[in-house]
Write a protein of this length. Sequence first.
Length: 259
Amino acid sequence: MDLGIKGKRALVCASSKGLGLGCARALAEAGVNLVMNARGEEALEASAEAIRGDFGVEVTTVACDVTTPEGQEKVISAAEGVDILVTNAGGPPPGKWTDWDREDFIKALDANMLTPIAFIKALVPGMMERGWGRVVNITSQSVKAPIPVLGLSNSARAGLTGYVAGTARQVAVKGVTINNLLPGIHATDRADSLDKGVSEAQSISLDEARARRAATIPAGRYGTAEDFGATCAFLCSRHAGFIVGQNILLDGGAINATL
């Protein structure tokens, strides 16, 4: 399918690896030029060079921490005039509800709620002026079904979801859509970290921890960055202009819900 976005320009945050990289590669395959961001310069440059070689698109890299005002300023400056925005940031650490204090919540909000909002506020007005734009926020399945050990993530991502629900319906008339992608378990560093925690807590091997978790997914496997990226690219395409303010769950059927 021709996604109709060849020649568009996109900012993809946290895109040196994992789900962000999956989104960047899928957009590049559709002919989209990229601004890629991540904290680690070496991994970012390697991923960008591979995309240039594989798809022949233009790629600008900005290595910085987007949760800081300085980092946001650098990325927004490089991304001025983009047609597509994909926000993404690693989730806060797991724990018990008694573990977290105010500073822990502030850090989670900065990374997973306030940073995406800052990018939306900076870049969406230009999309509205041009009459076309796409925003996809990578959030979490915990928005649909909170995960007890991820209370920090549950809280921050739910806040972003509420913000998007209201904002998306105000900008859609200008040809700009804002939607959220809610990943379940995917084969990423984040999943490795959580599986390692289970392995240590239950005194089982890492492979056993993964196998047990995969068995809870009706699809029988973890998702892949390619699965995720393809869905992101579709939401950014010319075909998705009537999808507004939605939360698209990609979890292999793990959450058993009617809606």
